[in-house]
Design a protein around this ligand. Structure first.
Ligand code: MG
Length: 145
């Protein structure tokens, strides 16, 4: 009986992975960062919570093209990148799709950039080095609205 009770508690306490919707389908994420290391680590964190990485871009211009092609549920957007930075990419993605969900990924010491991004319409931000919990939490908040 004790064993059964423990098993029941275990079942009740199992947390749903944060990367899936209520129908069990993964949320599709476009990851944008010029650092392959940041993309790799971020993708690992998100996949462990069952998010699907539908695309990766290393600058803002690629991000805009891929956004149009892939129509992701959410975008993680680095700020400092070559060719087109994350602020400009955010602006252009929102001009293309005003309902786009974009979470900024920024380095410490760029608070002014974050404020500007939020003003433009970013749905949240994380500061590098980010942890899995806060990263997934920001993505879910952006998606859930
Ligand atoms: Mg960068």
């Amino acid at each position: 009986m004790k064993i059964r009770e423990n098993r029941l508690t275990e079942i009740i306490n199992v947390k749903e992975p944060r990367g899936k919707n209520k129908f069990g389908q993964p949320y599709r994420v476009l990851m944008v960062d010029d650092s392959t290391t940041v993309r790799r680590l971020g993708a690992q964190m998100l996949r462990s919570e069952m998010f699907e990485i539908c695309g990766e871009a290393s600058d803002g211009s690629q991000a805009l093209d891929l956004y149009k092609e892939l129509d992701p549920d959410v975008v993680t957007m680095d700020v400092n990148m070559p060719v087109m930075n994350g602020i400009e990419a955010l602006r252009r993605i929102l001009a293309y799709d005003k309902n786009a969900k974009v979470v900024m990924v920024t380095s410490e010491g760029h608070r002014d950039m974050v404020l500007e991004a939020i003003k433009i319409g970013a749905k949240g931000y994380v500061v590098k080095p980010f942890r899995k919990d806060s990263f997934c939490e920001q993505l879910r908040r952006a998606i859930d609205g």
